[in-house]
Ligand binder design. Structure first.
Ligand code: ARG
Length: 406
C-alpha cells in the first residue's frame, strides 16, 4: 500500500537531501521533492530533479518561477522600498511565500497530505513556510525535519554515507549557510557568528571588494513607469532580466554589500551578510524618483507604510490581509512615479546623480530658482511663517508667564 505523501521544499543541498530519507524512516511518508527556481543561479534544474530522485524521492518537481518571482514579489517590494530595519531588502523573506505557493500546488497535484521545509527552529524561514501554508492550505500538515531532528552537518554526512544516499559535491563544506535568489544573496554561520570579525572575502559571490572595483565610475540610466523599472540605458527589459543585468553591473563595482546585526522574529539577534547589488541600486534610484514625483503628504506617509510593509513581509505575513491592503496603497501611490534616474556605480556606491520626469515630476524650476525666472511670491512667506509659528509662540509665552524655564 502506498504511503501518504508529503511535498518537501528541496534545495539540492545536504540537509534537504538527507531529509528525504529521514522523513521516510521516521514519519512513514513518501517524499515528493519540489525545487523552485527563484533566480538562485542553479545551473541545472534537471540535475537537481535527478538528485532528489537518487536520494529517494518518489517524485521530483522543478518549477521555473523566475518571472513570477520578479513580477509578483520583487515588484511589490520595490514599490514599497521594502527594507527590514532600513537595511535588508528581504531577499529570503520574499522567496518563501512563493515557494510555499508552489509546494501547495504540488501537494494538490500529487495528492499529498502535507508540506515540509528544511529550516531550523532558530530562524524566520520556518515561520514564513508554516504561516504561509496555514493561509493557503490550512488542511495540509507541515513538517520540519531539520528542526525536529537537529542533526549536525557531520552527522548528516554520516547518515547519508550509512544509507548510500548520494551527496556528491555538496559534502565539500561551505562554512556558511547561504540562501540566494534574484533579489540577493544571504550568508550566515561560520566565522560570521563573531560580529566583531570583518566578513572574509570568500563570503561574497555577487560583488567585488571595493578595493578591487574599477577606478572609473560607470553610469546607468534606469527608466521607471508606475514605480517599476522598465529600461536600462534606453533598452527595454523585462523585470527579471533587468534585475539580473543590473545585479551584474552594480556588483562589478562592489555595490550592495550589507553587514548587519538583525533582529529575528524568534527573538535572536544575528549577524547577517547580504549581497544585493541590484536591489540596493534599484531602491536607491526608485526612492529618488519618488522624491521628484510624489506630493509631499503622500511621500511622507508612504515612508510610514513602507516600514510596516517590510516588517510584515519579514515576519511571514505575506498572504495576510494587511499585505493586500498595503499593496493597494503602494499601487495607488506609485501611479505617477514615471521618469529616469542616472545612477553612478563607483567603489561600492550607487549614487544618484540626476533624475527627470516628463509627465510626473513636481520639481518646478520657476518655484525653485533664485535666478531671474523666479515666480515664487516671497511676500506670501511672511504671513505663512507667522501662522506656522503661532502654536509655539503661544506655548512659549505661557511658559514665560508662569515663570517656567523653556
Ligand atoms: N536572516 C535572513 C532572513 O530571515 C536570511 C535567512 C536566510 N535563510 C537561510 N536559510 N540561510 O530573511
Amino acid at each position: 500500500m502506498s504511503k501518504p505523501r508529503v511535498v518537501l521544499a528541496y534545495s539540492g543541498g545536504l540537509d534537504t537531501s538527507v531529509a528525504i530519507r529521514w522523513m521516510q524512516e521516521h514519519k512513514g511518508v513518501d517524499v515528493v521533492a519540489c525545487a523552485v527556481d527563484v533566480g538562485q543561479g542553479v545551473d541545472d534544474l534537471d540535475e537537481i530533479r535527478q538528485r532528489a530522485l537518487d536520494c529517494g524521492a518518489v517524485e521530483a518537481v522543478v518549477v521555473d518561477a523566475k518571472d513570477e518571482f520578479a513580477t509578483g514579489f520583487i515588484a511589490p517590494a520595490l514599490k514599497a522600498n521594502a527594507m527590514y530595519m532600513n537595511k535588508y531588502p528581504l531577499v529570503s523573506a520574499l522567496s518563501r511565500p512563493l515557494i510555499v505557493k508552489h509546494l501547495v500546488q504540488t501537494a494538490r497535484d500529487t495528492g499529498a497530505v502535507g508540506v515540509a521545509h528544511g529550516s531550523t527552529g532558530k530562524g524566520n524561514d520556518q515561520v514564513r513556510f508554516e504561516v504561509g501554508t496555514m493561509c493557503l492550505a490550512p488542511d495540509l500538515e507541515t513538517m520540519a525535519p531539520i528542526r525536529e531532528w537537529g542533526l549536525s552537518r557531520d552527522a548528516a554526512i554520516d547518515y547519508a554515507a550509512e544509507r548510500g544516499i548520494p551527496i556528491p559535491s555538496m559534502t565539500k563544506a561551505s562554512p556558511y549557510s547561504i540562501d540566494e535568489n534574484a533579489w540577493g544573496r544571504t550568508a550566515e554561520c561560520g566565522e560570521l557568528e563573531d560580529p566583531w570579525i570583518a566578513p572574509p572575502e570568500d563570503v561574497y559571490e555577487r560583488s567585488v571588494a571595493v578595493a578591487d572595483a574599477p577606478d572609473e565610475p560607470e553610469e546607468v540610466v534606469i527608466a521607471f513607469r508606475g514605480g517599476l523599472p522598465t529600461a536600462l540605458d534606453g533598452r527595454e527589459l523585462g523585470l527579471n532580466d533587468l534585475v539580473q543585468e543590473l545585479d551584474r553591473r552594480a556588483g562589478a563595482h562592489g555595490v550592495g554589500r550589507i553587514d548587519m546585526i538583525e533582529d529575528r522574529l524568534v527573538g535572536i539577534k544575528s549577524r547577517e551578510i547580504y549581497e544585493c547589488p541590484a536591489a540596493i541600486t534599484l531602491v536607491t534610484a526608485h526612492r529618488d524618483l519618488e522624491d521628484l514625483c510624489l506630493e509631499q503628504e503622500l511621500a511622507d506617509h508612504k515612508r510610514v507604510e513602507e516600514a510596516r510593509y517590510a516588517l510584515l513581509v519579514y515576519n511571514g505575513l505575506w498572504w495576510g490581509p494587511l499585505k493586500g491592503a498595503l499593496d493597494a496603497f503602494m499601487e495607488e501611490a506609485s501611479q505617477y512615479v514615471n521618469g529616469e534616474v542616472r545612477v553612478q556605480l563607483f567603489k561600492g556606491n550607487a549614487t544618484v546623480v540626476g533624475r527627470r520626469s516628463q509627465d510626473s515630476g513636481l520639481y518646478t524650476y520657476e518655484m525653485a530658482t533664485y535666478d531671474a525666472g523666479d515666480q515664487f511670491d516671497q511676500s506670501l512667506a511672511e504671513g505663512f511663517v507667522k501662522l506656522w509659528g503661532l502654536p509655539l509662540k503661544t506655548w512659549a509665552a505661557r511658559q514665560r508667564d508662569a515663570g517656567r524655564d523653556s
